[in-house]
Write a protein that binds this ligand. Structure first.
Ligand code: 13P
Ligand code: SF4
Length: 361
């Protein structure tokens, strides 16, 4: 694999200009409900879903917000797209659609709701806007970015195009719409190999995640040219850590996301997107497993698989963790923060995303 180090660009994480942060209210959020015995009874079926991972004390705080959000959703004809990294009270109690980046992108294109609240990070909300241009797309915290999206700019992609004339450019969805607009097609961690091979080219640029590119290289004969972006959560895991866990926990199954470094993937029993990791655990039901990815996902799966023991090296994504029930409630109440994409950028970026959706159908 030829690594493109000359063009590597690490920048501070930042939201896209289209969604610059605005002034926030300083007052604490007060939902219109308090935790009463009646509310407890009414929401008992929802608590049942999370009782293994949410304590009764936490539920006293969450339940009024859950009820208020679910009422506002009906009032505004809104849906909440919840990424697998959301905390369990969001994922299981207010999320209408749950899944990995690809599943959420597909749901965004199918929904007939007026409002989409993206319980995820900014690039996911932009993708929803690209696929649902007539809908209002809200991100509860506009600073929910992504180190991969921040690692590459449209100028970087143009420079790559000039340096590798005729070589198709595949971008991971973890990029801004402006970067997608410069690329031929997008991919996610669940379809990257398929998308690369669908192009019928001997060489492909796969940006910006170096480790995803290296992983794809192990699965295809197409020559992959990578960028030097990394996920700040997954790059922290190490192969030694995996070996130490295996030694300490006999029978442990190690399931890793392809954003992890190659030595972590080499030490794992299975590698796949967040959705593929969840399916693996639900299908195989290993007695003991470690999900080598963002920490909240284990809580979400544990809520549904209490028979599985989860070993938890807890790396949290600081961007995903900006999303809370309070902020989702405020998003629906005050219609904020609306995500918009410049029309010229949107047209080109949408083409790249739609090509992926068609190729992975
Ligand atoms: P998935 O597409 O596998 O959900 O990954 C998105 C992501 O941001 C992982 O860090
Ligand atoms: Fe980005 Fe990594 Fe967070 Fe996923 S976990 S949103 S790739 S920083």
């Amino acid at each position: 694999m030829a690594l493109d180090t000359a063009h590597s660009a690490f920048t501070l994480d930042r939201p896209a200009d289209a969604c610059a942060p605005r002034a926030r209210t300083a007052e604490p959020v007060t939902p219109p409900f308090t935790f009463t015995p009646a509310l407890k009874r009414e929401l008992a079926p929802l608590y049942e879903r999370v009782k293994h991972v949410v304590t009764p004390m936490e539920w006293v705080h969450y339940a009024p917000l859950v009820k208020a959000i679910n009422e506002l959703k009906v009032k505004r004809n809104a849906v909440i797209l919840a990424h697998n990294y959301m905390t369990p009270e969001i994922f299981h109690c207010v999320g209408d659609f749950r899944g990995d980046s690809l599943q959420l992108a597909k749901e965004a294109s199918r929904t007939d709701a007026d409002v989409i609240v993206q319980a995820g990070v900014h690039f996911m909300a932009e993708t929803s806007k690209l696929l649902s241009p007539d809908k209002t797309v809200l991100i509860p915290d506009p600073l929910a970015g992504c180190s991969l999206a921040a690692s590459i700019t449209p100028e970087d992609v143009r420079a790559l195009r000039a340096a590798y004339p005729g070589v198709p450019i595949v971008t991971y969805v973890n990029t801004s719409a402006a970067v997608k607009a410069e690329c031929d097609i997008t991919c996610t961690s669940s379809n990257a190999v398929k998308i690369v091979e669908s192009l019928g080219a001997p060489r492909v640029l796969l940006i910006p995640d170096e480790y995803l590119a290296k992983y794809v290289q192990t699965k295809t004969k197409v020559e992959i040219i990578a960028w030097k972006g990394h996920c700040e959560v997954h790059e922290r895991f190490t192969g030694e850590e995996m070996e130490a866990m295996r030694a300490a926990e006999p029978g442990l199954k190690i399931i890793a996301h392809p954003e992890c470094p190659p030595d972590v993937i080499a030490a794992s029993d299975f590698t796949g997107s967040t959705a593929a990791m969840i399916d693996w655990v639900k299908t195989k039901r290993p007695p003991k497993v470690v999900l080598v990815t963002e920490c909240s996902m284990a809580s979400n799966v544990a809520a549904e698989a209490p028979d599985v023991e989860f070993i938890r090296p807890c790396n949290l994504c600081p961007h995903m963790k900006r999303i809370s029930l309070e902020k989702i409630y405020e998003a629906l109440l005050y219609n904020r923060y609306e995500v918009t994409v410049d029309a010229g950028v949107a047209e080109k970026a949408r083409r790249a995303v739609e090509r992926m959706v068609e190729a992975s159908a």
